[in-house]
Design a protein around this ligand. Structure first.
Ligand SMILES: [Zn+2]
Length: 465
């Protein structure tokens, strides 16, 4: 039993965590947990933007399941805890609350007027960084309209308020918005524009229909809007610097969370699971930011995230095997000694503990698609399989890629033609994965899920479509 607290951090790529090898001291607090708890060196998110990534964490299912319809209700881990008598809480971005599978089971979200965050409109800038004003202008003027939610610190404060005086065991999920672009660098240095003004700016400077027809590339758009090239090294250094400063804010918020629970006398009864929804690109493969974008990508800067499990009793362990966040919910169930619903696609990561190696668990699958925030289209999908040192990226439109991650961690040299043997071996695994996700969502599958849920008694049948 005990309390269980899942922390997901926006856009935090693992190679920017100091405790996992980054050269800047970005995460002093998380580093202590990495040294003290169970840290996974090579954890992969399932997808590259918020909605499908969080969906796969909370429901232990792949986005492509149900023909990629992410809006369909899928049973999540909060329902498992709720059914077992835990109080359940979720705090974070209001955008996430739009996904039914992320809302259900959380008691504090039951009121439909209750947003996950108290502040969800406005656009933050950092007036102390005038030399970087073009970056803000870029986000504002380009196709990435970003509404800024509350800071991680504010989100933590709300969770702590909710937990004050809480008697029974709880399962809580907190989603921290730092370091999501446009890299605000702290509430204290923010000016907040009204959303309407922001939109007016966007409308005044957008591309003309003729220019849109030219189908400009991302780089062309940057040049058009701000007259600078993203290939400029100084520009990118500045951007990374802002991102790193945001990471530091998220790290402080984790520290604040620990301190708050210590004061409430709950720290020693709580197991923490700290990870990120996906990574962030800095033009390594032509993408600044993350998401489905103009062409979907599944490179490691977008997929590799930290994963740390900490409680007062566990021994320190550093696990170097490739692991997937599809396994996180089953792991949390395991720590809480609760049965894992049989339709969860993942299984507990405990199989890697105590130096154990599991030969049958070598494959990681990641998915992306070209459309929509909440939709996946199998006919427009790309899927990556990582097996040992190799990564194969299959694209529904062809032009597949193969990389040796050990020799080429930057994924620059496509060796598909040189290693046809490995390519066809991994292609078989992709086919199997596709077959598996296509099979799901069938009538038999739905019946199986209904049964699994009624065994748990967790969900009313009508919630499974
Ligand atoms: Zn995200």
């Amino acid at each position: 039993m005990g309390n269980h607290l899942l922390v997901t951090i926006e856009c935090l790529r693992s190679d920017h965590v100091s405790g996992l090898g980054y050269h800047k001291k970005t995460t002093p607090f998380l580093d202590r947990l990495i040294e003290d708890g169970i840290a996974f060196q090579n954890a992969y998110s399932v997808s590259t933007w918020t909605a499908p990534s969080l969906l796969s964490i909370l429901t232990s299912s792949y986005p492509l399941r149900y023909k990629g319809k992410m809006g369909k209700a899928r049973a999540n881990i909060a329902q498992v805890f709720e059914e077992n008598g835990f109080n359940t809480f979720a705090f974070g971005s209001s955008r996430i609350g739009k996904l039914r599978s992320c809302r259900q089971g959380f008691q504090n979200l039951r009121n439909k007027d209750c947003k996950m965050s108290e502040r969800s409109e406005g656009f933050g800038i950092s007036p102390d960084l005038p030399h970087l004003s073009w970056i803000r202008d870029f986000w504002r003027n380009n196709f990435v309209i970003h509404r800024v939610d509350e800071t991680s610190r504010e989100t933590v404060a709300r969770l702590l308020r909710a937990l004050e005086g809480e008697e029974g065991p709880f399962f809580a999920w907190i989603h921290m918005n730092d370091p999501h672009r446009p890299y605000l660098v702290g509430k204290e240095s923010l000016s907040v524009f009204q959303f309407s003004q922001f939109r007016a700016n966007f409308a005044a400077k957008k591309l003309s229909p003729q220019q849109k027809k030219k189908n400009l590339t991302f780089r062309d758009r940057v040049k058009f809007h701000i007259g600078k090239s993203l290939a400029n090294k100084e520009t990118m250094r500045n951007m990374v610097d802002l991102y790193d400063r945001e990471i530091r804010l998220a790290d402080r918020a984790i520290g604040m969370l620990f301190e708050g629970l210590r004061k409430e006398g709950k720290l020693h009864d709580t197991t923490f699971y700290i990870t990120a929804d996906h990574g962030e690109g800095f033009m390594e493969h032509g993408l600044l930011g993350h998401g489905p974008g103009e062409r979907p990508r599944l490179y490691n800067e977008l997929l590799q995230v930290p994963l740390v499990v900490w409680n007062a009793e566990n021994q320190h362990e550093r696990i170097r095997e490739n692991v997937s966040l599809i396994d996180l919910s089953p792991t949390i169930c395991d720590f809480a000694s609760l049965s894992t619903p049989s339709h969860f696609a993942g299984k507990t990561l405990r199989r890697f503990f105590n130096g154990r190696k599991s030969a049958s668990d070598g494959e990681i699958f990641c998915e992306s698609s070209t459309i929509g925030w909440q939709r996946f289209a199998p006919e427009k999908a790309i899927i990556a399989v990582i097996s040992g040192d190799y990564k194969y990226i299959w694209k529904s439109k062809g032009k597949d890629e193969l990389y040796n991650l050990k020799e080429d961690s930057g994924e620059k040299e496509n060796i598909l033609n040189e290693r046809k043997d490995m390519a066809s071996k991994l292609r078989v695994k992709i086919d199997k994965h596709l077959e598996e996700v296509r099979k799901r969502g069938t009538k038999e599958e739905k019946e199986r899920i209904k049964k699994s849920l009624s065994d748990l008694g967790a969900v009313r049948n009508r919630e499974v479509n």
